[in-house]
Design a protein. Structure first.
Length: 171
């Protein structure tokens, strides 16, 4: 049996001018794990913590969301990173207040990407140096790859359906 670290992320969505946008972060270049990469707020589970508790705690720590400014809608897909074998469970969260306070020790920048962009481009499969396969989305300003890209690819239809039920704005 292979031991796998457990982690959790939020897939935060905010409505801007009535349109849903996925919130992504650029991880600080000073971090030991995945420095400078684009991802979701999240991290490893602490002792006696559920996946959802960890995801929400990390979102609050990394982008400064207050308790009254978000709603956890549902659990999404779980993926395992191909290089470090970390199991990542994701949760769809609606952010209702556009008041962000980035933890600069962990987060270099924040991005708001319209969900419709992911309907127009595909997650391009790429082969890594060690022969493993992952995928990436190439956007004008950055690349989303690995576990983050797989979560988006695996959960996009589920996210859109949940948002339709939540607000009735995603076609």
């Amino acid at each position: 049996m292979i031991w796998v670290e457990r982690s959790a992320v939020t897939v935060p969505v905010i409505f801007i001018n009535g349109q849903p946008h996925i919130i992504l972060i650029k991880r600080s270049r000073r971090l030991k794990r995945h420095p400078g990469q684009i991802g979701f707020p999240g991290g490893l589970l602490e002792k006696d913590e559920t996946h959802q508790q960890a995801a929400v705690r990390e979102m609050k720590e990394e982008i400064g969301i207050q308790d009254n400014c978000y709603r956890v809608i549902k659990q999404l897909s779980t993926v395992v990173t191909i290089r470090s074998s970390v199991e990542i469970t994701s949760f769809l969260v609606i952010v209702e207040c556009p008041d962000f306070h980035l933890n600069r020790g962990e987060v270099e920048d924040i991005y708001f990407v319209p969900i419709e962009i992911f309907e127009k481009i595909s997650c391009e499969e790429i082969k890594l140096h060690d022969g493993k396969i992952t995928c990436r989305y190439i956007l004008p300003d950055f690349v989303i790859w690995g576990a983050t890209a797989k979560i988006i690819r695996n959960s996009l239809e589920e996210i859109k359906e949940a948002l339709r039920n939540f607000k009735g704005v995603v076609k």
